[in-house]
Each structure stands twice: as structure tokens, then as C-alpha cells.
Write a protein that binds this ligand. Sequence first.
Ligand SMILES: Cc1cc2nc3c(=O)[nH]c(=O)nc-3n(C[C@H](O)[C@H](O)[C@H](O)COP(=O)(O)OP(=O)(O)OC[C@H]3O[C@@H](n4cnc5c(N)ncnc54)[C@H](O)[C@@H]3O)c2cc1C
Ligand code: SF4
Length: 330
Amino acid sequence: MNPFRYEHVSDASSAVAMLAQTPTAAFLGGGTNLVDLMKLGVAQPDLLVDIARLPYNRIELLPDGGVRIGATVRNSDLAADRTIRTRYPLLTQALLSGASGQLRNLATTGGNLVQRTRCVYFQDVSKPCNKREMGSGCPAREGYHRNLAILGASEACIATHPSDMAVAMVALDAIVRVFGPNGERTIPLVNFHRLPADEPQRDTVLEHGELITTIDLPPLSFATHSHYRKVRDRASYAFALVSVAAALDVTNGIVRDARIAFGGVAPVPWRALQAEHTLRGAPATEETFRRAADAELAAAQTLPGNAFKVLLARNVLVRTLLDLTREENS
Ligand SMILES: Cc1cc2nc3c(=O)[nH]c(=O)nc-3n(C[C@H](O)[C@H](O)[C@H](O)COP(=O)(O)OP(=O)(O)OC[C@H]3O[C@@H](n4cnc5c(N)ncnc54)[C@H](O)[C@@H]3O)c2cc1C
Ligand code: SF4
């Protein structure tokens, strides 16, 4: 690991100023991703600015009925929060499906959103990788790509975004608040992560020095009726091959509204707008759910090793919607 300087700060302005002065500095949340990447030589910051003591460790109710989550709230605390468990059960389920208890005790909400891909070539500095160094190539196309993207990828990169939490939050229309050298701004989470195109090095729209301060979840009455389902190679401690976050509002057998996102299939947490569009106003039947999945997955582009994900994603979505419909009727 390269030598680096460590500083801790107690106010956001100091944190942002320190990063602004050092182009190779990084914020340190729980360190569960960044420190691993430093040990592997993938990340080489000269300065780590520890933000754990910033005053963003609270979960607050908003006047409009939404919830504001501080960026340093630990994943375990967010999953266990009573408001989150009762109003947004898919978010608790997504968090609890990720990593391990020990990791969730350290991992922060902000760090979880900015964690980097688990593509094996990205993590191995002896291999070329366009995400580490654009122009060096993408060995995953010809090599191991079983866990990589079928939607939204590019010639340059087919990596998948790894976070479970972000998939649930994208389905919930979360808003990310950031504070940086040019002041504050808000970014809908659905626009926060970038598709790779020909610039796969940049995972998000964050500029250097911009600090995530809070994430807002708008009120969504039918989010109480929601589920996160994750399919992976092991029952725990594994990233998603495919996951689905879904909230469903069914009245008299008709889908009034739906929020759906996929994980494990794209370089970003994938909001399934085509599927949602197909569902709204249609009968809540297996046939409708299959049509919704097909509408979303029609754009899928596969390689030999990951083509199985299309059928898997279809089945996981249909099963999740059927389960939610049965619960609604029972
Ligand atoms: C073995 C293992 C298994 C895992 N399994 C899963 C899984 O199944 N599902 C899953 O979703 N995740 C999984 N994870 C990933 C884990 O969830 C992330 O490592 C964690 O959420 C990152 O949060 P952190 O606070 O530790 O981030 P850090 O490692 O501290 O930071 C990650 C990145 O975010 C930046 N950052 C941190 N906070 C902020 C902020 N407030 N503003 C701007 N930038 C910030 C850092 O500079 C860094 O670039 C796993 C991790 C491990 C090690
Ligand atoms: S898929 Fe992306 S991250 Fe993986 S090797 Fe190719 S360029 Fe690198």
C-alpha cells in the first residue's frame, strides 16, 4: 500500500476544503471498500479525510412525510431503524442482503453509494482495465463476465454496480444532497451513477471534493408494500447476480402504480421504467408481469457467460410481483 496522510474533521467545510487542495485525496467513510482497493493498489490516495465525525449520523422525519438519512449513518443502523423497516421494507431487506453483519456495522450510507465495481479485472492491477485506465482494454468481454452487465454497458466497459442499498433507493426516487467547493446541490439518485459510454473511469456525477451529506427518501404510501429479492451464488456474503426492488399498489386486481429497479444487471442501479409503464393500469396477473419484464429486458445485450441473466431477471421480477400481489389479496 502506498504511504498516505490521515486527517479527521468535524465540519463539512474543512472536509471539502482539504479535498479541494489535494487532487489525490479521498473521503473515508467506513473504509470497507476504499481500504481494500488501496491494499490492492487500485486506489492510491495521498490523503484520507475521515468524515465519520461529521454531523450526518441521523435519520430524521421530514415535514412532507419523507425521511432524511445522514451520509455517515451505518448500514446496520439504517436497516434496523423502525421508520425504515415499516415504511420502506424493501430498503431494510436490501441492506440486510448485503455484505456481512460486521461490514454493515462499519459501512456508511454515503460510502455504499460510491463503492466501486467487483469486476475481477478492475481489482487486479496486473490486468488491463478501461475503468482503471481508459484505453488499456477490457479483458472481461473475452474473459470472465458471468456477473457483469446485460443492460446499459458499452464497448469500453461491462461492469456492474455492486450496491444492494442503491437499488432499493433508486426504486424509491431517493435524492442525494451534496456539498462541495461550489456549494450545495441535489441529485436524483437515478442520475447519480453514470453509464460507462467511453468514459468508464467515472462511476458517478460527483466532482472531486463533493461530499454526500444526506439522502432523502420521498414519501411513498405503497412502499409499505414492497420487497427486495436477491439471487446470488451463495446464501450470504455474495454480490447479486440479479436483484429486484419492487413496490406495488394494486386495487381491485388492477396495478395502480409500481416502482421497480434491478441490481446486478447494469453499471448503475437500474430503474425499470419500461416495466413500470407496462404495469400501470394493467391487471395484476402473471401474464402482465411477464410482459413488464420483457419490455424492460428487450434492450439486453449479452455475452456467452452472462446470457442466463435475462431469463433470471425475468423470473425474479415475475416472482417478486406475484408474491406482492398474493400478499395484497391475503
Ligand atoms: C467481503 C465484502 C462483501 C460485500 N458484499 C456486499 C453486498 O453483497 N452488497 C453490497 O451492496 N455491498 C457489499 N459490500 C460492499 C460494502 O457494502 C461497501 O464496501 C460499503 O457499503 C462501503 O461503505 P464505506 O462507508 O465503508 O465506504 P468507504 O470504503 O469508506 O468509501 C467508498 C467510497 O466512497 C467514498 N465516500 C465515502 N463516503 C462519502 C461521502 N459521504 N461523500 C462522498 N464520497 C464518499 C470514498 O471516498 C470511497 O471512494 C461488500 C464488501 C465486502 C468487503
Ligand atoms: S468490465 Fe469494466 S471494470 Fe471490468 S475489465 Fe472491463 S473495463 Fe475493467
